[in-house]
Design a protein around this ligand. Structure first.
Ligand code: ADP
Ligand code: ZN
Ligand code: ZN
Length: 716
């Protein structure tokens, strides 16, 4: 007689194995529903797992029972489906689901207790209570008459906690899930282009639509998001806004709150475990109406989703570069599709991927070509640096001087922190290189050390050349630290602010600096990427990019796209206020065709050219690309592993190239190689790789190298 197959719970377990594990129902209980958080025995340990699906047990051997069901059905099936797709497409172990779906606080073996609602409201008795004999309580009563408030904001506003406690004990005040109102600023009147953009999104409010809002910097994209968000909030829907980095959150959150008249919760790595849990819970319960988060927030459970916004959608930070290598923007689009809600991808410099999707009719391209509020685009000019030795050509220095004299602010972009990118021996040409990476070490004058920006190693300056013994070592080139020094010497009466990871170390440093700068007054800002992003600095009238030449000749096929994005973003910082701005591009290759294309027009036509080139070269996004990467301390190991892997992956459906060294061929002591896999379709490429993954893992060399698959890689 055949016995019935046992029904098992397939559980994602936080281990780096490409599979789920089967368990039976807990002793004396039934199988917990999918999405349940459970404790399971794993080897000698007890681990927290997630029930992903039910199915007939795969093995005959006796199944172990689930030890404990912590929370039944915690994660909605919609999110489990999303994760399932991600594990198969991005080729990461199902156990990563735990990291992606559960905040740290829920990865521990403890039942989940919803944190108490953190807002307070008046009860009906509290509305009526006459509290004239308790003035402190009356003050709180008065405030709460306007609507619920956060405990925290009451505390911050200096209300007495004992009075509050008393009100709660007397039943006049109680915790509530009701949304907390924030004083709302008056609405802006959208201009016709913004109105049209908003109407397009709102027309799709109850179904999936992907809208690529390509608005030049300052065109009022954020106002469009907020306008649409307000409409959806009025329908009791939640709004999820994804942003690339936490650096921008405080500013954006305040703006969102005051425009929407709602509190916005944040979700990112800068929060404590408790704060993250509270946001996760409020998103899941629906109490959080507006959530602003980085990449990982795309996996937040949402009770009543209405809209997803991905701001600065072109930003590489949306791609996770280790572990689960997913692209937050692409996953967000998929999620919106599953939820049947609109998604807005916003950028002044959209990615070629998204523009390609617009070309193919999958996204709707909505351009905003003009700056809102009357500001006009800056004048562009190329500064020819040939024939000048210094970091800044005279024409650039003159422009800086002119703008400062006119009480303008100046913003200089240089993609290199530290004092000098190279330390060199003047006698023999020796250069200070990292022992573990194929890279020069950067000279940091303030630290008086050489630092490798790739592996973090550092060392003091050698007293003399290790090769020839000459003491004459020269700092070559200029990073932000040196530029700051030069500018302070040249313009001693003007404050020079350096903005990079070395100078902005405190949590609020950057935020405070931006405040100061917005306050007006002449100054020079010099810095890295941090400066190029999304800041509204109305008094900046001159912006300049100091070095484009490296990017013009990079081996990375994305370099022209990235350069274009940086240039248009930096240019977009200039002249956002009353006065028209200037934008300067300093180069030793003024005749380079790419620069011609940029100066010729707008970002979208540049991107159009670049997309045509990618198509002609059969590069992404015209084709799908995956990398199989491998690295080890000995160069032969990854190379041999990838050669064998290539044998296993060969198929008529994919084109294989490699093994070839990564652009940075050695990092942190590891030699890095990669295999390029290309196919016309992303799905078929992913399927093929997934099917061969077990064979790859079974190669003996697979245990001797570090290797992984990167779908849609953005680092080569
Ligand atoms: P983006 O997100 O495209 O960079 P923002 O939405 O931040 O643009 O708007 C840029 C500036 O223009 C902000 O100061 C904003 O308040 C202002 N602005 C946007 N839309 C309007 C409008 N319709 N009328 C007046 N000012 C506007
Ligand atoms: Zn030397
Ligand atoms: Zn290094």
């Amino acid at each position: 007689m055949m016995s019935e197959p046992v029904l098992a719970a397939r559980v994602a377990v936080p281990v780096p194995l490409q599979r789920l594990f089967d368990y039976r129902a807990p002793d004396g209980g039934s199988l917990p529903p999918i999405g349940s958080r459970v404790v399971i025995p794993f080897g000698k340990r007890q681990l927290v797992g997630l029930v992903i699906e039910h199915g007939p047990a795969e093995t005959d051997s006796e199944l172990k029972p689930i030890s404990e069901v912590l929370d039944g059905g915690l994660i909605p099936p919609e999110l489990l489906g999303l994760i399932d797709w991600c594990t198969r497409y991005y080729q990461f172990p199902p156990g990563e689901a735990i990291q992606l779906l559960l905040p740290v606080a829920l990865r521990r073996i403890k039942p989940f207790r919803a944190p108490p609602a953190d807002a307070l409201e008046l009860t009906p008795s509290g509305e009526e209570a006459v509290l004239s004999r308790a003035p402190r309580q009356a003050e709180i009563q008065n405030l709460l008459r306007a609507g619920p408030q956060l405990r925290q904001s009451l505390a911050d506003a200096g209300f007495s906690m004992s009075a509050l406690k008393r009100l709660i004990e007397d039943g006049h005040v109680r915790p509530t899930e009701a949304p907390v109102r924030v004083p709302r600023k008056d609405d802006l009147v959208l201009n016709p282009a913004q109105r049209q953009a908003a109407a397009i999104v709102l027309a799709a409010r109850a179904r999936f639509a992907a809208i690529l809002l390509a608005g030049v910097t300052g065109s009022g994209k954020t106002e469009v998001y907020l306008h649409v968000a307000r409409r959806l909030l009025a329908r009791d829907r939640q709004v999820l806004i994804l942003i690339p980095e936490i650096g921008l959150t405080p500013q954006l959150v305040r703006r969102i709150e005051s425009r929407l008249g709602q509190r916005a919760l944040t979700y990112h790595s800068g929060l404590s475990d408790g704060e993250r849990l509270a946001c996760w819970q409020a998103a899941r319960s629906g109490q959080a109406r507006v959530i602003v988060g980085t990449r990982s927030a795309v996996f937040l459970p949402l009770a009543r989703p209405g809209l997803i916004v991905v701001d600065e959608e072109h930003d590489a930070s949306f791609k996770q570069q280790d572990g689960a290598r997913y692209h937050g923007r692409d996953v967000a689009v998929l999620r919106a599709r599953q939820l049947g809600i609109p998604i807005v991808l916003g950028s002044a410099t959209p990615s070629l991927e998204s523009l390609n999707n617009a070309r193919a009719g999958r996204y709707r391209l909505v351009p905003l070509a003009e700056r809102a509020g009357g500001a006009v685009q800056p004048r562009w000019r190329v500064v020819d640096q040939r024939g000048h030795k210094g970091a800044m050509a005279p024409a650039l220095l003159q422009a800086i001087e002119r703008h400062l004299e006119a009480d303008g602010q100046v913003l200089l972009y240089r993609n290199r922190r530290g004092y000098a990118p190279v330390l060199m021996c003047n006698a023999c040409g020796w250069q200070a290189d990292c022992h573990r990476c194929s890279a020069h070490m950067t000279w940091h004058q303030q630290l008086s050390r050489l630092q490798c920006h790739h592996c973090g190693s550092s060392m003091p300056q050698p007293p003399r050349c290790p090769d020839c013994g000459e003491p004459d070592l020269a700092a070559v080139g200029a990073g932000t630290e040196r530029l700051e020094e030069l500018l302070s010497e040249l313009f001693p009466a003007v404050p020079v602010h350096r903005v990079d990871r070395d100078s902005m170390t405190g949590r609020d440093d950057f935020e405070q600096l931006l405040e100061t700068v917005r306050g007006g007054g002449r100054c020079i800002l010099v810095g890295t990427q941090m400066l190029a992003k999304g800041h509204h600095l109305p008094a900046v009238t001159l912006a300049a990019v100091l070095d484009v030449d490296q990017a013009l000749f990079s081996a990375d096929f994305r370099a022209p796209e990235r350069l274009g994005q940086v240039i248009f973003q930096v240019a977009g910082r200039s002249g956002r206020g009353q006065r028209r701005g200037d934008f300067l591009l300093q180069t030793r290759h003024p005749e380079h065709p790419l620069l011609g294309q940029m100066l010729g027009g707008d970002y979208l036509s540049l991107a159009g050219h670049l997309l045509d080139e990618r198509e002609a070269a059969a590069l992404p996004p015209a084709t799908a690309l995956a990398l199989l990467r491998a690295e080890a301390h000995q160069a032969e190991l990854p190379r041999d592993f990838l050669k064998q892997a290539a044998g296993l992956l060969r198929s008529s459906a994919v084109e294989l190239a490699g093994p070839i060294p990564a652009i940075m061929s050695r990092r942190g002591g590891y030699w890095r190689f990669q295999l390029w896999l290309q196919a016309p379709e992303r799905a078929s490429l992913a399927n093929l790789i997934q099917a061969r993954l077990p064979d790859l893992a079974a190669l003996p060399l697979a245990r001797k190298v570090r290797w992984h698959v990167d779908m849609d890689p953005i680092e080569l």
